[in-house]
Design a protein around this ligand. Structure first.
Ligand code: M6R
Length: 366
């Protein structure tokens, strides 16, 4: 059942290229330059007339929601709020018939997310679910939705569900943007074509597994880790930190890279590993100067870079090269080395990665 792997988590990490294909199957057509998400076609008017979107979720699904916000705001020019379901449900939030609520949940059973859905429904919002477990409580409670179709996720640390959620949010944003006329045809085509190649790009990144396993041995000493990223990479930093916390029991925090100088930089010393999402994009130079600031304080930098970057390898302690992609698609790729890093550090520490202490796969009680 683990497909020859020692743990479900590594199987599920390695399955991601195939899961992506399952998620895209029947939905994208690169030649015709088309995306078909039936939930969008069936509810086009409702979605396009929304005053705003509110994404409700917990944990890793909440991180996917943050990427969804960036995608939907950039491409569709619709305002999006991302809420922890647990906070939303107890705040008597301002929600009305003009709002669309997107509930993201792998299990479809998370108590807080389900309660947030019920509350928003009572207030008249239209509810769109992005779930994995078919027929679970949340998909049953929503008005419509899209399954991520990545297959059952067994490992407590969510991996393939995250990339599946981000993939569905990407298709949703692109489809709505085209319907709304807020994306030009060239951008749509380019992003769709690159999106269709994500499974092969993932394969290329997963080939770094041995290298990341070696790297992980160096960091089992750590009691703290910092993860930094900006833009689309900021939620990836949060997700990388959560994976490490959950299974290796190393305290880790993700920050938007520019927030460093507002506090966290005080933590940097020669003991502190800092994982930096530093792929080439509009903000690369700014992230580069963050890395210089960390090195000036002797922090140990692991940088995720775009292949061909010749500058960062001269500054960072370790570099992991990723394929060049449109910025909006980088989370689908850059998350993988962080999943592998967390996995291998936990394995090196002799921990039970599939059943980490104190955690349940689905949080069905508050
Ligand atoms: O099933 P859900 O997506 O609703 O679960 C939400 C969180 O409980 C879940 O993502 C949790 O944070 C994972 N353990 C993360 O790896």
């Amino acid at each position: 059942e683990k497909g020859g792997y020692p743990h479900f988590m590594i199987k599920e990490i390695m399955d991601q290229p195939a899961c992506m294909m399952d998620c895209m199957r029947g939905r994208i057509n690169v030649e015709a330059s088309n995306i078909v998400l039936s939930a969008i076609i069936d509810n086009k008017d409702k979605l396009l007339s929304a005053r705003r979107f509110i994404i409700v979720a917990c944990g890793t699904s909440w991180h996917a929601g943050l990427i969804g916000k960036h995608l939907i705001e950039s491409f569709c020019r619709i305002p999006v709020e991302v809420e922890y379901a647990s906070e939303f449900r107890y705040r008597n939030p301002v929600v009305s018939e003009d709002d669309v609520v997107i509930a993201i949940s792998q299990s479809g059973e998370t108590a807080d997310t389900l309660a947030a859905v019920e509350l928003a429904k009572q207030k008249g919002a239209f509810i769109y679910g992005i779930c994995n477990a078919i027929g679970a409580s949340i998909p049953r409670a929503t008005h419509t939705g899209s399954y991520i179709h990545v297959g059952p996720e067994i490992g407590v640390a969510s991996t393939k569900a995250f990339t599946g959620q981000v993939a569905v949010l990407t298709m949703l944003a692109l489809t709505l943007a085209r319907e709304k006329g807020t994306i030009d045809e060239d951008t749509f085509r380019t992003v769709l074509k690159e999106f269709s190649r994500i499974p092969e790009q993932m394969q290329q990144v997963l080939a770094l597994n041995d290298k990341i396993a070696e790297l992980s041995k160096i960091f089992t000493y750590a009691h703290n880790f910092i993860y930094l990223g900006r833009g689309y990479s900021y939620p990836v930093a949060l997700e990388g930190a959560l994976k490490l916390k959950e299974i290796s029991y190393i305290h880790a925090e993700g920050y938007p890279a520019a927030e460093m100088k507002h506090g966290p930089i005080a933590l940097i010393d020669a003991e502190m590993p800092v994982v930096v999402l530093a792929t080439k994009n509009r903000l690369y130079e700014k992230v580069l100067s963050n890395v210089q600031e960390i090195k000036a304080r002797k922090g140990r930098v692991i940088a995720l870079i775009t292949e061909g970057d010749t500058v960062m390898p001269g500054i960072a302690d370790f570099c992991i090269e990723l394929p060049d992609l449109p910025e909006c698609l980088t989370p689908l790729i850059s998350t993988l080395p962080l999943q592998l890093l967390a996995y291998h550090i936990a394995v090196c520490k002799g921990l039970d990665v599939d059943q980490p202490r104190n955690l349940a796969k689905s949080v069905t009680v508050e």
